[in-house]
Design a protein around this ligand. Structure first.
Ligand code: HEM
Length: 508
């Protein structure tokens, strides 16, 4: 019996020593991940603003190195901020797979253009690029002018009355524009901010970014039971049922119009991106299914309004804090429009070169999409580092602040974006964005600047950028608006082009 206990004790001690040894060896092997399984996640700030400052701090700290590495859960992310290393990744079509974190957009966006990869992305891209042709952009311009008019009318009521947070006003305007151009649906967000759909769009973007930063919520069952899974699913239902019903309604409408050749042209609706999707065919003449179409419409709704809204808000702040730049932009507008208050047409847009520089320079300082990511699809050399297949790279905000390409990078100098001043600049020093966004920004900013002088009420250091999916100011954009020496009277009609007339402002 004693012998048995002795053997038993020895076995127990030996097993314990083995477990301790194994744990130690595993720890030694994995300690570079900081904490096994969750990587650097615990070091990362959970608040979006702090997280953004943290990444900006790291890029400053490691500026002289070609990259740095963060582990988020079991996934290694390489952070890139130099044009040369970014070129290595973005110029190679092999690495066009979207990074792991995009997976959390799938429940909402499916695999539309933003989230798809490989063959599916290539086929869709080929099919959809022609839908953004010139004539449809001209129709979109009408929508933009109309919504600018609603915004100006709201601003007129606020002008001369002290500080105003313009962030939501601009965002709702951008939302009205994207709903009508993407889906052909008016949602009147500018006059009715209680829309369930609008709330869900914001809620969903928030929920997704939080999940991306917290690897312990990556498995669905943990997320659904312990995280925000239920709220995520509630918002998802609202978002999908809205776009689904709009697609069905529009498809029926198109069938009706096509079958009725006598139908009154005057009653025809303006074309929307959705109409192009309903008609588009691939190389084999196959149409997209309603599910395919929904992916793209949801993608446009997600990617196409928060980005432009944030960009316009940052530009308004910068214009409001640089009176000399604002004056130059207003001078250009005067040269194009004189005192006329007519809507903006495509010819005018081409002439607004300085305003375009203001928009680009604002996006350099405050890029609406501060981070985006790719998966490395084959072993690659990035600068001196061998990067294995499967690693993720994040392209960051700091790229636009490289003093080699943008001397005094924190300074707001629109002239750097004049074509003649871009000659010889590294082609990957600035991440480009869509023609649609430039057009929308020009129309809205030009409409504001034609009517008002903007004065910023905040200093740059008090803006607190929040780097979520989209870069936005935590406390909004506070400005005062002063009427210029004439004002607009409007004639509204939803089914007609907007018309303006000028009356002398008797209040000045
Ligand atoms: C100032 C405004 C905008 C900025 C700064 C911006 C920036 C970006 C960036 C950086 C990407 C690459 C993201 C990635 O690959 O992960 C992207 C992709 C995309 N954006 Fe935007 N965007 C803007 C406005 C818009 C608008 C207005 C639309 C739609 C009307 C739009 C639709 C898309 C789509 C569909 C993609 C995926 C493209 C593809 O992979 O083929 N964006 N955008």
């Amino acid at each position: 019996m004693v012998a048995f206990i002795g053997v038993y004790t020895f076995g127990f001690v030996a097993a314990t020593v083995c477990v301790i040894l194994l744990t130690y060896i595993t720890y030694e092997l994995l300690k570079t991940y900081l904490y096994p399984f969750i990587g650097n996640a615990l070091q990362l700030k959970s608040n979006a603003g702090d997280f953004f400052c943290q990444v900006v701090g790291y890029t400053k700290e490691f500026w002289n190195s070609p990259l740095f590495k963060l582990w988020i859960g079991p996934v290694p992310f390489l952070i890139l901020y130099h044009a040369e290393t970014i070129e290595t990744v973005l110029s190679n079509p092999v690495h066009m797979d979207k990074a792991y974190a995009y997976k959390f957009l799938h429940p909402w966006l499916g695999t539309g253009l933003l989230t798809s990869t490989g063959d599916k992305w290539r086929r869709r891209r080929k099919m959809l690029t022609p839908t953004f042709h010139f004539s449809i952009l001209t129709e979109f311009l009408e929508v933009m002018n109309e919504q600018a008019e609603v915004l100006i009318e709201k601003f007129e009521k606020q002008a001369g009355k002290g500080p105003l947070n313009c962030f939501n006003h601009i965002t709702l305007c951008a939302l009205d524009i994207i709903c009508e151009t993407a889906m052909g649906k008016k949602i009147y967000a500018q006059s009715n901010h209680d829309s369930e759909y609008v709330h869900s769009v914001y809620r969903m973007s928030d929920i997704i970014t939080r999940r991306q930063r917290m690897p312990w919520y990556w498995p669905d069952f943990v997320y659904n039971y312990f995280g925000e899974g239920r709220e995520h699913n509630r918002s998802l239902k609202i978002l999908h049922s809205f776009t689904e019903s709009v697609i069905n309604e529009r498809a029926e409408y198109i069938t009706y119009v096509e079958s009725d050749s006598e139908s009154d042209q005057g009653m025809r609706k303006r074309r929307a991106f959705l109409d192009m999707l309903l008609k588009a065919t691939d190389e084999d003449g196959k149409k997209l299914t309603h599910k395919d179409i929904q992916e793209e419409v949801d993608t446009f709704m997600f990617e196409g309004h928060d980005t432009t809204a944030a960009a316009m808000n940052w530009a308004i702040h910068l214009l409001g804090s640089h009176p000399e730049v604002q004056k130059k932009a207003q001078q250009e507008l005067f040269e194009v429009f004189s005192e006329s208050e007519r809507p903006i047409n495509t010819e005018d847009l081409k002439k607004l070169r300085y305003l375009e520089c203001v928009i680009k320079e604002s996006l350099r300082l405050f890029p609406s999409v501060p981070f985006f990511a790719r998966t490395i699809c084959e072993n690659t050399q990035i600068n001196v580092y061998k990067v294995p297949k499967g690693a993720n790279v994040i392209i960051t905000y700091a790229l636009h602040r490289d003093p080699r390409f943008f001397p005094d990078p924190e300074e707001f100098r629109p002239e750097r974006c004049l074509p003649e001043n871009c000659v010889g600049r590294h082609p990957y020093a600035f991440i480009p964005f869509s023609r649609f966004a430039i057009m929308e920004e020009k129309v809205i900013l030009a409409s504001i600047l034609r009517c008002f002088n903007i004065v910023a009420c905040q200093k740059r250091e008090n803006l607190w950028p929040l780097g979520e999916l989209v870069l936005r100011p935590e406390r909004g954009i506070w400005i005062t608006l002063e009427r210029r020496n004439y004002t607009i009277t409007h004639t509204h009609n939803d089914f007609q082009k907007c018309s303006y007339s000028v009356t002398e402002n008797t209040t000045k």
